[in-house]
Write a protein that binds this ligand. Structure first.
Ligand SMILES: Cc1ncc(COP(=O)(O)O)c(C=O)c1O
Length: 477
């Protein structure tokens, strides 16, 4: 079959089919051999420059050649954040259905901004948002939300909404409260939005890394006495460092009594609502005014999909609706939602599709089992570490995150030496390609941090890594 003229940027039907099958083959190969690959791919800028320096291509290259180049030199030259031994940061376990759903939504190039352009995609986004509202016990009729690029954008959208609904245009007297363990995206959002440093109160945490309620109250009352207007408390439902969950119910009481907007950043830990043995920890999450969850983390979706839920969908339209003349034919009636009026983006991709298709394909019970499996695995690992005379658990397994450090019982190394050893262990494990096991700092100690939210991570994977750590440490001491 002949190819259409070059300027149409198309392939022939046969070529498309062949190309598409090849792409799918590469994806299947990737998913089924992931565990055999290295989770880490380190390279210097110089190495990348020599591999990938390219001039602007003026003339065509055969499609398969480009594809093979990309598979070999680009996609296989990155770390694999879905690898069972990618323990660091918040990994992205992803899933195959979700990835192909992304291919479909980008293939059909769905514009998920307006009802008029895409009534069915909008309806699916409404449905999936309603499912999430139901999971988090938010009111489905009055509540609302939207899918965003990730948790950072969801937090930003929440704070813009809180500011608009509570302050209107003048927020110069407003103050915002969050703990020293809150995720940096919240601070970034406050900076983007023009809150000054003097408007932001960083509240210390207790020994379990939860916001100190007492210190928060002191800060709020001191601000009130000084004539300030407390605007918003940002709580963490699963801090990135330790998985700690702020006392949500008590914070909700406080916010209600003081008429303060209550935002919960559940980007990491919100998904623990699915696990029977942990959802009690999230008691009070349903009382938030706004809640960030992040399906590209522990709801197992490929990047990018974050989500903001709110108690009252009118808050979003009141904050984000603009009515330019060129969109006047798109407005529709009030029951026809235009998601571009609910958030920052006008043109937006059909992110809801991947969560919709994976939830329907596997069923919510599978997701529940996966989250429970992750939480149980972290607890099992904690037990092993506690029973070893080599390791000290620095923060208990909390919704699948555990922090620990090499600190042999029969030795007494100075703190600086322990910091050095643990840093070296992490460096060695990463550089050897054994695992992605980075450090963090808790109470001034360098610790190793494992975030075990990948349902393909087995107990054996973790034990292999721990043994590697021990062997390396024995060699350097
Ligand atoms: C608690 C928390 N909030 C927000 C974010 C930011 O989310 P994203 O990376 O999806 O923008 C993260 C990311 O790890 C997080 O752990």
């Amino acid at each position: 079959m002949v190819r259409p003229p070059l300027h149409q940027l198309e392939l022939s039907k046969d070529e498309m089919r062949r190309y598409g099958y090849e792409v799918v083959d590469h994806l299947v190969e990737h998913f089924t051999t992931l565990a055999d690959k290295s989770p880490v791919q380190l390279a210097t800028r110089q190495q990348m420059e020599s591999l990938l320096t390219e001039t602007l291509p003026m003339s065509p290259t055969p499609p398969e050649e480009v594809l093979n180049h990309v598979i070999e030199n680009v996609l296989n030259k990155n770390g694999a954040i879905s690898h069972p031994k990618a323990y660091s940061f918040v990994p992205g376990p992803s899933n195959f259905i979700g990835s192909l759903a992304d291919a479909l939504s980008s293939g059909f190039n769905v514009f998920a901004g307006s009802w008029m352009a895409s009534p069915a995609a909008t309806q699916i986004e409404i449905i999936v948002i309603n499912w999430l509202l139901e999971m988090f016990h938010f009111p489905v009729k009055q509540g609302g939300g939207l899918f965003t690029s990730g948790g950072s954008m969801a937090n930003l959208t929440a704070i813009v909404t809180a500011r608009r609904i509570r302050c209107g245009e003048d927020f110069s007297n407003s103050t915002i409260y969050l703990s020293d363990q809150a995720h940096s995206s919240n601070i970034k959002a406050l900076n983007i939005l023009g809150f000054k440093k003097m408007q932001v109160r960083i509240i210390p945490t207790d020994l379990e890394f939860r916001i100190s309620l007492n210190k928060l109250k002191n800060a709020i009352y001191a601000d009130k006495l000084a004539g300030k207007a407390p605007l918003c408390v940002i709580a963490s439902a699963g801090t990135t460092n330790t998985g700690s969950i702020d006392p949500l119910d008590s914070l909700a009481d406080l916010c209600k009594a003081e008429n303060i907007w209550f935002h919960i950043d559940g980007a990491y830990g919100g998904a623990a609502i699915l696990a029977k043995n942990s959802n009690q920890l999230l008691k009070g999450i349903e009382r938030a005014d706004s809640l960030t969850v992040d399906p590209h983390k522990w709801f197992f979706q490929p990047y990018e999909i974050g989500c903001l839920l709110v108690k009252d969908y009118n808050w979003l339209t009141e904050t984000f609706t603009e009515k330019p003349e060129y969109l006047r034919d798109v407005e529709g009636n009030s029951s026809e939602i235009n998601f571009y009026d609910h958030g920052v983006q006008l043109t937006r991709s059909f992110r809801a599709l991947k969560l919709y298709m994976s939830l329907k394909t596997f069923g919510l019970d599978a997701f529940k089992q996966a989250v429970k499996y992750n939480i149980d695995l972290a607890q099992k690992v904690e037990k092993v570490l506690r029973q070893s005379d080599q390791w000290e658990v620095v923060s208990s397994a909390t919704i699948a995150v555990i922090n620990f450090r090499f600190n042999p019982l029969n030795q007494s190394y100075p703190e600086s030496k322990l910091d050095e050893i643990n840093q070296l262990i992490s460096q060695h494990i990463i550089e050897s390609g054994e695992a992605l096991l980075a450090t963090t700092v808790l109470q001034n100690q360098v610790v190793l941090r494992m975030c075990l939210i990948n349902p393909r991570t087995s107990y054996e994977h973790v034990m292999e890594t721990i043994t590697h750590c021990e062997n390396f440490a024995a060699g350097v001491l």
